[in-house]
Design a protein around this ligand. Structure first.
Ligand code: AHG
Ligand code: MN
Ligand code: MN
Length: 329
């Protein structure tokens, strides 16, 4: 039997490039170390006092859970010690943190959602971590300006799902690979390389309670899907909903609502990494604009962000299912 760990997989990938420095291996090993720490805390929720409000609110006005902060601190600590990281940014911090300038060896920026779906923690439903890695442009002095690159510039993206098993899904732009944490040896081991999303599947994933306030096209799509006898699956943890969509096919949507007219999900650390993964697996990821703005759909990865916490509409999944949504808009 041939066991490939996440670490050895990345080393192998890097060795394909001449002059590879191993920088990337260091960054991904920091993320995998933090993920193991977060997984351990999630598993011990309610045994340790880690559930419940932290007492603060993040930049979006959302209540921060204790575990949001624990996950955030673990990622900041693990990434902070890696010598090639220039800037880190998190859902939980209004401003990015400059770790080192280009002249000091800062080559990459990492932006993340430390704990996605954290409001599901107290009922033991799956949560996740989402991250995106970008190159640092040393000629740009401001951290925000350095980070605000379109998703097509991501050099790697991934998520970790803390579910019935702990799953690490990664793309470095050459397909998608899936690893599962083997708790008996403490390593993420490769379980599927070159993962492909099924081209079609009659499942949609959306918070349908918001339907009344969706733009009309989305309501027409839902009527059509009902008539076509689609199934509905929605957890309310993006990582879990996208992971199911990646493996089983279908479409995941977060349309504009009256509460979140621009969409709820965050472009840089939720939509972009997921869009890169889904596209690399052969699917599609788009952001339809409102009817007033022409109603056309742009590829999520082509949006140039103007702020690190910017929101976007999200429609992603099997290509045929994304097309089915777009036909009704
Ligand atoms: P977070 O916990 O990082 O704030 O993200 C929650 C997000 C995402 O995980 C999920 O897809 C979405 O919120 C669910 O929103 P609704 O409860 O409005 O459906
Ligand atoms: Mn989130
Ligand atoms: Mn979060």
């Amino acid at each position: 039997m041939n066991i490939t760990s996440l670490q050895s997989h990345i080393l192998q990938e890097e060795s394909r490039y001449q002059g590879a420095t191993g920088d990337f291996t260091w960054i991904l090993s920091a993320i995998s170390l933090a993920a193991k720490g977060i997984a351990a805390q999630v598993r011990r929720a309610r045994i340790e006092d880690v559930i419940g409000d932290h007492g603060g609110a993040n930049v979006h006005g959302e209540t921060q859970q204790k575990l949001d902060m624990i996950a955030n601190d673990l990622l900041m600590t693990c990434l902070g010690s890696r010598p090639t990281i220039a800037v880190v940014a998190s859902e939980e911090h209004e401003e990015p943190t400059i770790l080192r300038r280009g002249a000091e060896g800062g080559k990459y920026c990492v932006i993340f959602d430390p704990l996605d779906g954290s409001s599901n923690l107290d009922v033991s439903v799956s949560v996740g971590t989402i991250f995106s890695i970008l190159k640092n442009d040393p000629s740009i002095p401001g951290a925000v300006e350095t980070l605000c690159q379109p998703g097509t510039h991501q050099v790697a993206a991934g998520y970790i799902l803390y579910g019935s098993s702990t799953v690490f899904v990664l793309t470095t732009g050459r397909g998608v690979n899936m690893f599962v944490l083997d708790p008996s040896i403490g390593s993420f081991v490769l379980v599927k390389s070159n993962l492909r999303i099924p081209p079609a599947a009659k499942t949609y994933s959306v918070n349908e309670a918001n339907r009344r306030t969706f733009p009309e096209g989305f309501q027409r799509y839902l009527d059509w899907a009902h008539a076509e006898e689609y199934s509905s699956r929605y957890i309310g943890s993006m990582v879990a909903d996208v992971h199911r969509t990646l493996l089983k096919g279908g479409v995941f949507l977060y349309p504009p609502t009256s509460k979140n007219p621009l969409g709820k999900l965050r472009l840089m650390y939720e939509a972009n990494p997921m869009a890169m993964i889904i596209e690399q697996a052969g699917g599609a990821a788009v952001a339809p604009s409102s009817a007033e703005r022409g109603g056309s759909a742009v590829r999520i990865l082509e949006i140039t962000p103007s702020s690190i916490h910017q929101r976007t509409t999200v429609v992603l999944g099997s290509s045929a299912e994304v097309e089915n949504v777009l036909r009704h808009l």
